[in-house]
Design a protein around this ligand. Structure first.
Ligand code: MN
Length: 239
C-alpha cells in the first residue's frame, strides 16, 4: 500500500551502535513500496558536525533511493543533528522543515515538531540550546576543522549527559501549558506528533472543546518503531 505516510524520530544513528544503522537501512529498504511520504522528526543522527563531514554516506544513499522513487522525505532538525544543511538536502532529495510545521495529511491537520522546544521546565537545557542554536555559534563551529568539530561534539554530548544525570523525569518532559499554548497557536490540530522525550505514548487532550491526540514517537535504542497514517487512521509499528 503506497497511500501511506510514515513518521519516525530519534533514531540516533551512531558509529558505536552499528546495529541501529542496520535496522534503519533495512527499514528504509522495506518501506520503499509502502509509502508516499516519510517524515523524520529529528535526531536521525546522534550528532551531525556538518554536511562536509562525509558521515553516513550509506544513509544518504538510502534516503536518495526513496526520493528517486518519488517518495517525499521531510526532515526536521533534532537537538543532536541541527547542523544538517542544504547540501544534505541536495544529496538526499529530502526537504528540511521548520520546527514546528503544520501539515494536512489525509484530511487531518497534523502539527509536527521534534519536541525539545516543549521542555521549558528544563531551564538549563533551554539556555544551552539558545547558546548553540544561533547563527553565530553555528557559523563559528562549521568553520573549524573536522577533528576540532568532532572533539567539540563529543564534549557537548558529555555536557548533555551530565545535565540529564541529576534531573527529574518531570523536568525533562514536556510542559503541558506549553503544549496547550502551541496547540492553540496552531488552531487545534487533530494530531500533534513529536519525539525527543523517548517516552512513546498517545495522549488524549481535550482543549477548549477540541479533541486532540498528542503522539510521542519512540527512540530506536532497543528496537525501532514508526507511526503510519493512512485513510484508515494512525498506528504504531515495531521494526
Ligand atoms: Mn532530541
Amino acid at each position: 500500500m503506497s497511500n501511506q505516510t510514515i513518521f519516525v524520530s530519534d533514531i540516533h544513528l551512531c558509529e558505536s551502535r552499528p546495529s541501529i544503522t542496520n535496522d534503519f537501512l533495512n527499514f528504509l529498504n522495506k518501506i520503499t513500496n509502502q509509502l508516499d511520504t516519510l517524515y523524520i522528526l529529528g535526531d536521525l543522527f546522534e550528532y551531525w558536525i556538518g554536511d562536509d563531514s562525509n558521515q553516513y554516506e550509506n544513509i544518504i544513499r538510502a534516503i536518495k533511493v526513496l526520493t528517486d522513487h518519488h517518495i517525499k522525505v521531510f526532515l526536521m532538525h533534532g537537538n543532536r543533528d541541527f547542523l544538517i544543511g542544504s547540501s544534505f538536502e541536495k544529496k538526499t532529495g529530502a526537504i528540511l522543515l521548520q520546527d514546528p510545521t503544520l501539515a494536512e495529511i489525509y484530511g487531518k491537520k497534523i502539527l509536527l515538531s521534534h519536541g525539545d522546544n516543549l521542555c521549558i521546565d528544563d531551564i538549563e537545557y533551554q539556555s544551552f540550546r539558545g547558546k548553540i542554536r544561533n547563527e553565530v555559534w553555528k557559523n563559528e563551529f562549521l568553520k573549524k576543522s573536522l577533528s576540532e568539530r568532532i572533539f567539540i561534539a563529543n564534549e557537548l554530548r558529555k555536557v548533555s549527559e551530565l545535565y540529564k544525570k541529576n534531573k527529574s523525569e518531570i523536568i525533562m518532559d514536556v510542559n503541558s501549558d506549553e503544549v496547550n499554548r502551541i496547540l492553540i497557536q496552531f488552531n487545534y490540530p487533530d494530531f500533534f506528533i513529536h519525539g525527543h522525550t523517548h517516552k512513546p505514548k498517545y495522549h488524549s487532550i481535550n482543549l477548549d472543546g477540541h479533541q486532540i491526540q498528542r503522539i510521542v514517537l519512540g527512540d530506536w535504542y532497543e528496537h525501532g518503531s514508526y507511526l503510519t497514517l493512512n485513510a484508515e487512521g494512525i498506528k504504531t509499528h515495531q521494526v
